[in-house]
Design a protein. Structure first.
Length: 179
């Protein structure tokens, strides 16, 4: 199978939701990581977190065997300059909503990569939440040009009407499941 066909197949797979077992109140959709250039020590992953529960939850930790550490980061603009900062304290996901991790916003930084992320492969991630639950994901790695086409981010925008005061500095978030 050609590399291009494999990349396109993985891109389509990303559009399908990762759904939790029947009755669960949390789902993860469109998870993918970007391929990295040779020698890169950091990579990025993106996804949509959906929470149908009546209580918010906080994404506290992400682990992946491909990186020494994984962190939630946010791009912000200050004085006309884009900056990236780590979300200390985790990422709150309010009840009944959605958090979109996408380029230029919230995202997962995979730091201290143990190997290059190459298009066509997958990586494993484990997300841990404040309610003690966990999500394990198999995340496809897509070619950079596939991630720039916009098909993975069809104009979604988080609803900022349900922010908690503690998280006003970094916007709205949503999504989660118990195991």
């Amino acid at each position: 199978m050609s590399k291009r066909l494999l990349s396109c197949s993985l891109a389509l797979l990303c559009l399908l939701p990762f759904t939790a077992p029947a009755g669960a109140e949390f789902s993860i959709e469109r998870a993918y990581a970007r391929e990295t250039p040779p020698g890169s020590s950091a990579g990025a992953a993106f996804m949509v977190l959906n929470n149908r529960a009546q209580e918010s939850v906080t994404l506290l930790e992400i682990r992946s065997p491909v990186a020494h550490r994984a962190e939630i980061h946010q791009h912000t603009e200050a004085g006309g300059v884009m900056q990236m900062r780590r979300m200390s304290g985790g990422l709150e996901i309010p009840a009944g909503g959605q958090v979109v991790l996408q380029p230029g916003g919230y995202h997962v930084m995979l730091m201290g990569l143990k190997r290059r992320l190459q298009a066509g492969e997958t990586l494993q991630m484990k997300l841990s939440f404040s309610d003690g639950s966990h999500q394990r994901l198999t995340v496809p790695v897509l070619a950079m040009e596939e991630t720039l086409k916009g098909a993975l981010h069809p104009g979604q925008h988080a609803d900022h009407s349900k922010r908690s005061k503690a998280h006003d500095d970094h916007g709205d978030h949503r999504g989660h499941e118990k195991h």
